[in-house]
Write a protein that binds this ligand. Structure first.
Ligand SMILES: [Zn+2]
Ligand SMILES: [Zn+2]
Length: 483
């Protein structure tokens, strides 16, 4: 483990444990790849400051660049988003498909396409122990299409409407909102060319973001044509760019031959006037593509879903056809797109399957959660235990431990304090955990087979028989822990 592991002297480690945020105790940051040193788990027995007495050497591991931990305090957002995904996909009749995180590298090279940033720069590819070239999935669509072909899903009634949630991996330059591992919500409808399914996939996305609470949900939308009409457009586009060759950026000079449509989404300022004066693909669509696009716009108009036709929105790959779209929401400044998708009718053949029309989208849940926070959207908290069982003395504890277990078996969420602490300390914990009821078992109460039951909300206390406690709590608890 090299760059993220920090070599430190354990004599200094007490600073991590102490409240003063002292300077970092980075002594050496070497830790060679082949280092045999394991992190040390046990140090001196000084319980207050366990690391201070020892001369042991240890590592502190850190997460890899672009990776993140999703801490408990963020989980309510994640849970809310996942539940919404389950609700909306069920509403639209989409079924879940899970594909492996790792596939043959060739699938992505063909399925995503050479010349894309993903394939050229961003894939986590390696040779496994069997000398197979494999890649951590950088997106979902290629794996979905592989699964559709391999499992003969094309023999089922079409369209096959699928969704999934899971991590994808791209070796991106880390910056705000970009992660090397991120979790994607992915939706794909395979097997139908009808523009009504483009509308269905888009309206699913619209309803999803609207019901998460976002304001200003709208689409950016374009058609990228098809193999019949796109080549003529690309010729015109290249001709236009050659007229301005000295003005455009080096990236665009390269793209012009390899992936010409991509010049349209160049962000370099010198390229903006050239993009603005470029021919628009809408003027070059064949009848089939034009009618498809017009139908989709009509469905959106009739449903009152807001959109902006954006001639710059493209996906520079051969198998993308017709519809491309993004969903934009208010609240996260310049980076307002939270979802991108399109039609990829040429992909099935590209990876060796039957011709298969398909349309889908992907949306990063980390970005959704960031956007929700930026818009100040709130989500319900997770269900928590409502009862804490405090105990005084060894015998009381002997009764408390099985009591807690019994209550949980009857679906009552309970917290048991650990470590034989004072009643005061246990009550402090009850306040901190915001429970409604505290059951107090002391030696006296135990002898009488009773317990004190304190209602922290109503500030009342009463003496109840231990063997009726479960029933008493079952009847009164406003919220039980969820099953
Ligand atoms: Zn066309
Ligand atoms: Zn450029």
């Amino acid at each position: 483990m090299k760059p993220n592991s920090v070599f430190i002297l354990a004599t200094e480690m007490h600073r991590f444990g102490s409240k003063s945020k002292g300077k970092s105790v980075l002594i050496r940051a070497i830790c060679g790849k082949d280092s045999q040193v394991e992190p040390k788990a046990s140090f001196s027995p000084d319980s207050r400051n366990p690391y201070s007495q020892t001369e042991e050497v240890c590592f502190v591991y850190k997460r890899l660049t672009g990776m993140q931990d999703i801490l408990p305090e963020d989980q309510p957002y994640w849970r809310f988003v996942r539940k919404k995904i389950d609700q909306i996909t069920a509403l639209y009749g989409f079924e879940r498909l899970d594909v492996p995180i790792i596939e043959e590298t060739g699938l992505y090279v063909r399925g995503v396409g050479q010349g894309t940033d993903i394939v050229d720069k961003e894939m986590y590819s390696f040779q496994d122990k069997g000398k197979d070239n494999v890649t951590l999935r950088p997106e979902f669509t290629a794996g979905f299409m592989r699964s559709y072909v391999e499992n003969h899903l094309y023999k089922r009634p079409q369209p096959v409407k699928l969704f999934t949630i899971g991590p994808i991996f791209r070796y991106e330059r880390p910056q705000a909102g970009r992660f090397r591992q991120h979790t994607q919500f992915n939706v794909e409808a395979l097997g139908v060319e009808d523009p009504a399914i483009d509308f269905e996939v888009m309206s699913l996305a619209h309803q999803f973001f609207s019901e998460l609470g976002f304001q200003g949900v709208h689409f950016q939308l374009n058609s990228t044509g098809c193999p019949q009409c796109r080549p003529q457009y690309i010729e015109r586009l290249q001709a236009h760019y050659r007229l301005h060759y000295d003005e455009i950026c080096d990236d665009c000079k390269r793209r012009l031959d390899r992936s010409p449509l991509r010049v349209l989404d160049c962000k370099a300022s010198q390229c903006q006037p050239v993009i603005a004066s470029a021919p628009k693909i809408a003027d070059y669509l064949c009848d089939d593509c034009r009618l498809h696009f017009q139908s989709l716009l009509r469905y959106l108009d009739n449903a009152g879903l807001a959109y902006i036709v954006n001639h710059r929105l493209v996906r520079g790959l051969d198998y993308y056809r017709k519809t491309v779209f993004e969903v934009w929401v208010e609240g996260i400044g310049a980076q307002a797109a939270v979802c991108g998708g399109g039609r990829y009718d040429g992909l099935g053949q590209e990876i060796g399957g039957p011709p298969t029309p398909g349309i889908g989208f992907g949306s990063g849940i980390e970005r959704i959660v960031m956007a929700m926070k930026a818009q100040g959207l709130t989500v319900p908290g997770l269900p928590k235990p409502q009862v804490l069982v405090a105990y005084l003395g060894k015998e009381a504890k002997e009764r408390a431990v099985p009591l807690v277990q019994e209550l949980r078996w009857y679906n009552i969420g309970v917290i048991l304090p650990f470590g034989d602490r004072s009643l005061k300390s246990q009550l402090r914990q009850a306040n901190r955990e915001r429970v409604r009821y505290v059951v107090i078992i002391g030696e006296d109460e135990l002898a009488r087979g009773r317990a004190q039951l304190r209602d922290l909300q109503e500030h009342q206390q009463q003496d109840v028989p231990l063997d009726t406690l479960r029933q008493w709590l079952s009847e009164r608890l406003p919220i039980k822990a969820e099953k």
